[in-house]
Design a protein around this ligand. Structure first.
Ligand code: SME
Length: 150
């Protein structure tokens, strides 16, 4: 399967998960596993907005930082801007938070409702420049379907 086909399949699988279950943690956990397994990323998970911080939610991959302040790191910046951020080289992103020294590139996609960020989907790769606009569009579609969980 090419990337376009993988995103089509992913969207169908997420829709099917969401139809059968409405628990937030259960669905975020399975969606993290689906994305992680489909693409073989290094780390795939969610950070949930809790007051002025993001707190670690369901994920797949190595142990990660548990709290990220508003505006800090790639995740906190995506929250502040309420938009997707693609980072081709994490060392070139000022303030990047290195939960794992293996991470080389990253994408963070906010889950939005009425312009408010409810959570972010964060994905790390061990290779440089893994993520492009097709990933952003595919993951934003997934994020949009998850907003109803919050
Ligand atoms: N690199 C992220 C922190 C989270 S870990 O990648 C799982 C950041 O700069 O926000």
């Amino acid at each position: 399967m090419n990337k376009t086909e993988k995103y089509m399949q992913l969207r169908a699988q997420v829709a099917s998960l969401m139809e059968g279950e409405n628990d937030t943690v259960a669905n975020l956990a399975n969606v993290a596993a689906l994305i992680h397994g489909t693409f073989g990323f290094w780390w795939t998970g969610f950070y949930l907005v809790r007051g002025r911080e993001l707190v670690l939610g369901p994920f797949q991959g190595p142990v990660a930082c548990t709290r990220i302040p508003f505006g800090k790191g790639v995740c906190g910046t995506a929250w502040q801007r309420a938009e997707t951020i693609i980072v081709p080289d994490v060392e070139a992103f000022p303030g990047h938070i290195a939960c794992s020294s293996e991470s080389r590139s990253e994408i963070v996609v906010p889950i939005l409702r009425d312009g408010d960020v409810l959570a972010v989907l964060d994905i790390d790769s061990r290779e440089l420049a893994t993520f492009d606009e097709e990933d952003a569009a595919g993951l934003e579609a997934v994020a949009a379907s998850l907003a109803e969980l919050f």
